[in-house]
Design a binder for this molecule. Sequence first.
Ligand SMILES: [Zn+2]
Length: 285
Amino acid sequence: MLLDPFKRQLKLFAMVGPCYVRPTCNTCNYFGYPPKTYTAIESCFMNTSNCLKLLLGALLLTGCVTSHQSAGPTAQTQTQTRETQGTITPTQALTLLKEGNERFVSGRMLHRDLRQEVLQTSSGQYPFAVVVSCLDSRVPAELIFDQGLGDIFSARVAGNVVNEDILGSLEFATKVSGSKLIVVIGHRSCGAIKGACDDVQLGHLTALLARIKPAVDSVQTAPGETRSSKNSTFVERVAEENVRHTLKTIRTESPILNEMIEKGQVGLVGGNYDLGTGKVTFFSE
Ligand SMILES: [Zn+2]
């Protein structure tokens, strides 16, 4: 059954190639084999182990078909404007991110002309959300939410923690620039979380990991259970608790953000990113 997908591609190739539409395999002929009649493309394939041209054609077609399948919708995307940003509610902003992540997970990302988006956003930016996520190279917010230029602010720092600088950035994104939603995303197998669990001491990293320690300390474990990066269950529980701690810190440390959240002008939500699937699971789900 392993050949089935390949045979399907062969049949597709045969529709435009010589083997299926003619009683003899011109491709084999081309390589000096005597003309031979085939009743089905499968028998042709079985009898042309040296038919490199046919194989190459099928492989090229496979790549072509795969490429078209992954290209997704081809409608031209439109960047955010003052008007579109102004009409989006915090709930709608979350929906836009959920829909974008669904496209990312399913491989149906929108086709974007980034050069065109550069031109469209050159005179201003009106992002509808701001995402705080980890430095990890596998968690780029714009990609995992399938967003384009000018759509979202992205604040990235190891362990998705907040300090004065990040809080100031969130205040700028919402109070000054009009974003409607603050998202904090943690992820599985986070190196920063593991470092905090193991109490790593290294240069400036020591101070950064100290911001994760409250989450480490708040996670309860059974007597004798390992409280280090060797315990993956413990690490994932700390990662989730760390996101919750960051959400709490945003509200307690920034009166400006807390007021906007209280008034419903800005939404606040946490989530976890699965490195294996590409899916973001929001805490409210
Ligand atoms: Zn991380």
